[in-house]
Design a binder for this molecule. Structure first.
Ligand SMILES: C[C@H](N[C@H](C(=O)O)[C@@H]1CCCN1C(=O)[C@@H](N)CC(=O)O)C(=O)N1CCC[C@H]1C(=O)O
Ligand SMILES: [Zn+2]
Length: 601
């Protein structure tokens, strides 16, 4: 590894040493490419052969990063004292290895446990409610469709219970073992536990407090929306409701109750006015998954951003294959060679999936914008930034104005009136505001497990304690410690940090507001240009402002990137509150009129 050392120093142009053949970036990128190819092969064709190859290559890259880490820290024990902040930053990225810090045998166990849990989640099948002998229903597309469309409470309860029993319960013991090894890895990285390692990615001592403060700021609005939705669902499913103020989790149109936009048709504020669910129109117009990806790519390039490269269109998997098992949960892939970028998505022709396409393409756009940064800086400014790119653009795409622009809303439909904007804002709140407590508690739950506050005897009790406290929901059927309901959500078995999505929900409105000003689409002083009607489509000025920040990757602390994109360094709720302010007033008045008291016991 000696040449590596020299090139590490050289790559960071410390004048003193000779140039070396090996380039750290190249070696790490090469290993990352090989490991990504193996990971992709497995995720798009789950079988023992591909699993073995994936695990072996993942061990290789873990070994390489451990070797670099050991050499760097022994050769430069005082790297923290270096004068050059950029050099210190680079050393820091090398010394935080995550699970790769584990000794080889422990790493193998860790990787195997994570693979087993993700495989179980991705291949779990359940029995149909209507046809008892049909037991081959998958989460995507079958159960997602039933949760979205069925209004049969018993069918919803059956599907919810079957999925949670079968996907989560069996992984509980595996998860317990996984937590122990994960914490060992965190300690080897000088963190007290995995939760602390995850939070370090936000480079702020006060981040946990900042998130709690953001939640407290938005909680009253969430409770107003929760109260309105509860009243409307009680009209439909009356007997499911009691006086505890809680909403049964299976009635919210989503397997995890994390986004409630699918129950919009049960509670449209102004039924005679337009809604933004354009699924019907997409189907009528013969939309295909490929067309959805092309529509998204065209929005990005209309801003002057980078088109998806040729490999992307050739190698991505955008529909669920019918001849093999795949990890259907949508994801975006950077193959570390500056050329190969892909999306894997079991795309269905729905409005929700059109938004997800933009979400995933936002990741690829970020990957493309920072691909010429040094290897260790090819990351998001913080994990929330990576999640916010696609969602920020989708805030423009989903506006009635834009949907008309691309022919998914009929030109004749009036969209500039107050009632249409309330319909639109309510639909957006069912997605974005409903998500906030879920985005927060999914990591609060795991912080409590990783720091030892909760042990496996309380895994399920604690999950429902937080689900009740933050979301005001309850399970539709009896739950016990034989269950592991958190394990029914992809990111828990797949071990993906989740606070990133809470952060993204906040900052995407800050990005949106700034880009809307840049595009001349929004003026705080002009009530005819409210933030929620802004569509930055075709604004090169907005695109270049966004690109200026995103091209920095993780080369600077995220407040500096936030300042480049929005003019301010702080993450704050002013933009999301401004965007939704007409709706918050409307909901408060509607609840008062119904005598619906926000909150729950
Ligand atoms: C559908 C989306 N899939 C994730 C994402 O795109 O973030 C996937 C799986 C986990 C990480 N991931 C990636 O693709 C990363 N490789 C991206 C990157 O870091 O570059 C997802 O999970 N979402 C979207 C909204 C809320 C959340 C949910 O559905 O709960
Ligand atoms: Zn994402």
């Amino acid at each position: 590894v000696a040449p590596l050392l020299i090139c590490i120093i050289d790559a960071w142009n410390l004048p003193s040493l000779r140039y070396s053949a090996l380039n750290l970036d190249q070696l790490s990128s090469q290993k990352c490419y090989e490991s990504s190819v193996a990971e992709w092969a497995y995720a798009t064709d789950i079988n023992d052969e591909n699993e073995k190859t994936k695990l072996s290559l993942s061990l290789d890259i873990a070994k390489l990063s451990k070797e670099i880490w050991q050499n760097v820290t022994t050769t430069f024990p005082l790297w923290r004292e270096f004068k050059d902040p950029d050099l210190v930053r680079k050393f820091k990225t090398i010394t935080i290895l995550g699970s790769a810090a584990l000794p080889d045998d422990q790493y193998k166990k860790y990787a195997q446990l994570e693979t087993d849990m993700t495989k179980h989640y991705s291949t779990t099948k359940v029995c149909s409610f209507k046809y008892k002998e049909t037991c081959n229903l998958s989460l995507e597309p079958d159960l997602i469709k039933i949760m979205r469309e069925s209004r049969d409470e018993e069918e919803l309860r059956h599907v919810w219970t079957e999925w949670h029993d079968k996907s989560g319960g069996p992984t509980k013991q595996t998860y317990k073992q996984f937590v122990e090894i994960s914490n060992q890895a965190a300690k080897l990285n000088n963190f007290k536990d995995t939760g602390a390692l995850w939070l370090d990615g936000y480079e702020s001592e006060t981040f946990k407090d900042d998130v709690e403060e953001l939640w407290q700021t938005l909680k009253p609005f969430y409770q107003q929306m929760h109260a309105y939705v509860r009243a409307k669902l009680r009209n439909v499913y009356g007997d499911q409701f009691s006086d505890d103020g809680l909403i049964p989790a299976h009635l919210l149109g989503n397997m995890w109750a994390q986004a409630w936009d699918n129950v919009f048709p049960l509670m449209t504020p102004y039924p005679t006015k337009a809604s933004i669910d354009v699924t019907e129109q997409m189907i009528q117009q013969g939309y295909t998954p490929l067309k959805m990806f092309q529509v998204s790519d065209e929005f990005f390039t209309s801003l002057g951003l980078i088109p998806m490269p040729e490999e992307f269109w050739k190698e991505s998997l955008i529909e669920k294959p019918d001849d093999r098992e795949v990890v259907c949960h949508a994801s975006a892939w950077d193959f570390c060679n500056k050329k190969d970028f892909r999306i894997k998505q079991c795309t269905r022709v729905t409005t929700t999936d059109l938004i997800t396409v933009h979400h995933e393409m936002g990741h690829i756009q970020y990957d493309l914008l920072y691909k010429d940064q040094p290897y260790f800086y090819r990351q998001g400014a913080n994990p929330g930034f990576h999640e916010a790119v696609g969602d920020t653009l989708a805030l423009s795409v989903i506006t009635p104005k834009h949907l008309k622009e691309i022919g998914l809303l009929d030109k004749s439909i009036p969209i500039d009136d107050y009632e249409t904007s309330i319909n639109f804002l309510f639909s957006m709140a069912l997605d974005k505001i409903a998500f906030l407590p879920f985005g927060y508690l999914t990591d609060k739950y795991r912080w409590d497990i990783y720091d030892g506050t909760v042990d496996e005897s309380q895994y399920n009790t604690h999950w429902w304690k937080l689900r009740k406290e933050y979301q005001g929901i309850k399970p539709p059927s009896e739950r016990s410690e034989a269950n592991f309901d958190a394990g029914a959500k992809f990111h828990v078995p797949a071990n993906v940090e989740y606070l990133r999505y809470f952060v993204s929900t906040i900052i995407q409105f800050q990005f949106h507001r700034s880009l809307c000003i840049e595009a001349g689409q929004y003026d705080p002083l002009d009530s005819n240009k409210p933030l929620h009607n802004c569509d930055i489509y075709r604004s090169k000025a907005a695109g270049s402002k966004l690109a200026a920040g995103l091209s920095m990757g993780s080369s600077k602390p995220w407040p500096e990137v936030m300042k480049v994109i929005t003019g301010q360094e702080k993450m704050d709720a002013s933009a999301i509150r401004e965007y939704f302010s007409p709706l918050e007033k409307w909901l408060t008045a509607a609840n008062e009129k119904m005598g619906e008291i926000p909150g729950w016991k």
